[in-house]
Design a protein around this ligand. Sequence first.
Ligand SMILES: C[S@@+](CC[C@H](N)C(=O)[O-])C[C@H]1O[C@@H](n2cnc3c(N)ncnc32)[C@H](O)[C@@H]1O
Length: 190
Amino acid sequence: MFNENWYSEDQALFLQKLVSQTHGISGSVIEIGCWEGKSTTYIANACYPENVICNDTWLGNIAESQLTGITHVTEIILKNRDVYSIFLNNMKSLTKDNFSVVKQDCLEWLQTYKEPIKFCHIDASHEYQSVYDTIKLIIPNLQKGGIICGDDFLNANINRDDLKGGVERAVRESLTGFKNYGNLWYYVNI
Ligand SMILES: C[S@@+](CC[C@H](N)C(=O)[O-])C[C@H]1O[C@@H](n2cnc3c(N)ncnc32)[C@H](O)[C@@H]1O
């Protein structure tokens, strides 16, 4: 199952409620930053029978390491663990197999992805620039009523100089009218 508990049950249940709010809207359901699939399984089960597109490099939070000069824990773990295989096993055993995988850097992929999006959860690197760039690439494709959201609003807060203001700064600068449920930020495209 899950070696790390990087996503609380409470937050995962709130995440499912957000997914449910997009029922009836057309467009894709996406998660960026899946790791072993904890949050991904909740999204997949909430959007069934639709698919969730799972985007991750499974190379770890390289952008954070490059910025801080400290190797991120994800990269350290990946030296000794096949996280991608664990992700696939978790998705097969805990969901109805309603997922597809894009194993690519999110910024590269999103530059080529032009389909309508109704739900996107972002939980990749947490430094300001990559979160900001990711949001900016998603917004033009976000459907009316669609939701973009992400983890670590509090953990990677605006006072984190090591992350150049982190998730909170990226969200504040790019989305007017966002809300947060603890560590989970979200924005509904009304
Ligand atoms: C904190 S983990 C995600 C945790 C997961 N959501 C959970 O519930 O356990 C961050 C993930 O983002 C991925 N990641 C980091 N930078 C990325 C990028 N530029 N493109 C795609 N995935 C990335 C990492 O490989 C890692 O698997």
